[in-house]
Write a protein that binds this ligand. Structure first.
Ligand SMILES: [Cu+2]
Length: 365
């Protein structure tokens, strides 16, 4: 199979750039939705919010997004306008101990920053492509109406930036991802994240929220090989990754690597998970627990399913899933395609501390 060289990639992406520029011109552009919001009585209070995404890494020299650093739940009952900036950053970082990979990221983290807005909010989104990058990038937001989810109007070459504006018309948890012609390579290298559009009425309250992204990485070297890994187009074509990970790191949230996440008995926790793929569906499961309440595909306009063991999360989709914690235990978040856990680095642990509840579980009967 013929490999795509980086020069060929750039030429393909360059052609797309010319097409994208034409499409943006033809689309005529961007609605004055802030003005529209001001004219709406229910949305009469309009303030700008700049969402700040700096410093949200789990560990230095990784791209691993801190699963606990997400914007807080929305409590307001009116629409506002957001100004949000996402910067495409190509960075070399540790995938595992002693193992480096050339990631492509949003703001240096995987998954990209979680954007949190409310249905009816407007967003002015600036996409920057860092000068130090070598590839063009853009962003397709599944949460919006518009050509390519905005990918045509956000196509940027290194050193360039573009701004678009959109209104979040419908609620749900949606993926955003790079969508240049080699989008599978860009997503596999880390260019995906979640935009959460909370419904007008908000979401049921929980005690803690966590943010995860699952994706797979295709390398010429076998899993566990030390040194700098090389991207493998043939393996991607065959859809046979050597790594499948949460938050851009092999077993990042485990006692054996950077430490577990924490929660307390009696709490309810919520997991937001975006599946970047680009090719594998996650069979998302919490070992030792059950999804008490789950919104498949992050489709928040619908009632949740209850007490679900394993919920598929397709590439290009999300999940919002809640758990109760009646007993102390260590919960393992996995994809129940378990070779990915045993052999490819996909595990996160939540350590639940608190009082034993022997009427629900006792280890020795
Ligand atoms: Cu890209």
């Amino acid at each position: 199979m013929k490999k795509r060289s980086n020069t060929e990639n750039f030429n393909m992406e360059r052609r797309h750039f010319l097409y994208g520029a034409g499409a943006a011109f033809l689309a005529g552009n961007i609605l004055p939705s802030v003005v529209e919001a001001k004219g709406n009585r229910k949305s009469s209070l309009v303030t700008a919010s700049k969402q700040d995404f700096k410093g949200a890494l789990l560990k230095k020299n990784t791209v691993s997004a801190d699963a606990t650093r997400l914007p807080p739940p929305i409590t307001r009952s009116h629409s506002i306008h957001h100004e949000i900036e996402l910067e495409a950053l190509q960075v070399e970082a540790n995938l595992d101990n002693g193992t480096k990979f050339s990631f492509m990221t949003w703001n240096g983290q995987v998954p990209g920053p979680m954007i949190r807005v409310r249905q009816g909010d407007t967003v002015k989104l600036t996409i920057k492509n860092a000068k130090t990058n070598t590839r063009p990038h853009n962003v397709d937001m599944h949460a919006i109406y518009g050509t390519g989810g905005g990918s045509a109007s956000t196509f940027v070459v290194p050193g360039e930036s573009k701004t678009e504006q959109f209104k979040c018309m419908y609620p749900g948890a949606y993926i955003y991802h790079c969508a240049v012609p080699n989008l599978d390579e860009h997503i596999s290298s880390g260019m995906f994240g979640m935009i959460l559009v909370e419904p007008y009425k908000g979401l049921p309250r929980v005690d803690r929220e966590f943010y995860f992204g699952q994706h797979e990485i295709y390398t010429k070297e076998a899993f566990g090989t030390h040194g700098h890994l090389t991207f493998d187009y043939d393996a991607m074509t065959r859809e046979q990754p050597s790594y499948v990970v949460f938050n851009g790191a092999v077993n990042g949230y485990t006692a054996g690597r950077f430490g577990t996440l924490h929660a307390r008995v009696g709490e309810t926790i919520r997991v937001y998970m975006v599946c970047g793929g680009p090719n594998l569906t996650s069979s998302f499961h919490a070992i030792g627990n059950v999804w008490k309440r789950v919104w498949p595909q992050g489709a928040l306009a619908n009632p949740p399913l209850k007490y679900v063991q394993t919920q598929p999360v397709a590439p290009g989709s999300c999940i919002v899933a809640d758990m109760e914690l009646p007993v102390p235990e260590t919960i393992k978040l996995v994809d129940h395609a378990l070779s990915r856990v045993a052999l490819k680095g996909l595990l996160a642990e939540i350590e639940v501390k608190g009082k034993e509840n022997p009427s629900i579980f006792k280890a020795k009967a």
